[in-house]
Design a protein around this ligand. Structure first.
Ligand code: SF4
Length: 269
């Protein structure tokens, strides 16, 4: 790993954080189901804003929050911020890797009902734990308002080199099969260029074509297309210019999808 590839902890990420103002999810309270002090994920995306961290398939050795701690933190945050638009499970890990993910989802849904909350309850996931045999996990995801699954690289080589999943995840075909286990998947696609290291760019004609084909296979109810907005794990990655991202968005729209583009035109390649 070169010196440009960061392995150190980027930020401390508490179990309940924010709320943060998100263009995609409004005023959103975050829940991190990982170790607050250690980024650990089943993928290790080159653009991850938490740094490369640890690429792991199990949570052993990590200090993940207990179910009751999550509920307590959310309950307290709701008292302080009654005007939330959403509560989103995201952070420095893959949220569905938490062994009590399904129970935590139910706890928070119960809390929303008890407090007559109007916020949506969502997850940002890479989908790595979706498995036909794990019906509780799939049911928990389907009980959420919005399940956003990552699909950045639809070409096999790019998926393995740039999303960098652990071995048991397999390739892009398995990823698409997992997404299709959900009743109403939403797709989040982040695209980037890399001027000086073109082999690290996901913004290629081949990947755009492959993404369109993949969207057709998965049939998501909504697609958000974004670009790099925070410092990536690997240096040299750059946002895609807004006009180009919009052009791709038009192609996706023309194919019949509900798509929104979130560009950053302050800097790009
Ligand atoms: S899936 Fe998310 S948390 Fe995991 S490495 Fe990729 S961007 Fe980071």
């Amino acid at each position: 790993m070169s010196s440009s590839e960061r392995t150190e902890l980027r930020d401390f990420c508490p179990t309940v954080y924010g709320p943060v103002r998100s263009r995609r999810h409004g005023l959103s309270l975050g829940i991190n189901l990982g170790d607050a002090e250690k980024k650990a994920c089943t993928w290790s995306c080159v653009y991850c804003q938490c740094g490369f961290g640890h690429r792991v398939g199990e949570i052993s050795g990590l200090r993940i929050p207990a179910r009751h701690e999550v509920l307590k933190g959310v309950r307290e945050a709701l008292k302080a911020h009654p005007d939330l638009d959403s509560v989103t499970m995201a952070g420095n890990t893959e949220p569905t890797s938490h062994p009590e993910f399904a129970e935590i989802v139910q706890d928070v849904l119960d809390l929303r009902r008890q407090t007559a909350g109007k916020w949506t309850f969502n997850v940002l996931s890479n989908g790595s734990e979706l498995d036909p045999g794990n019906t509780a996990l799939i049911a928990a995801c389907d009980s959420l308002d919005e399940v956003w699954i990552k699909l950045d690289c639809a070409e096999e080589d790019l998926f393995r080199r740039l999303n960098r999943p652990i071995a048991r995840i397999g390739g892009i075909h398995q990823h698409l099969v997992r997404i299709r286990l959900l009743q109403a998947p939403r797709i989040q696609t982040l695209l980037w260029g890399a001027e000086e290291r073109p082999n690290l760019a996901s913004w290629t004609e081949g990947n755009r074509k492959a993404l369109l084909a993949a969207y057709k296979q998965v049939a998501p109810v909504q697609i958000f297309i974004t670009t790099i907005q925070r410092e990536p794990a690997m240096s040299g990655l750059l946002p895609v210019p807004a006009t180009e991202l919009e052009e791709f968005g038009e192609q996706v729209r023309a194919a019949g999808f509900n798509v929104k583009i979130f560009a950053d035109d302050t800097r790009h390649f």
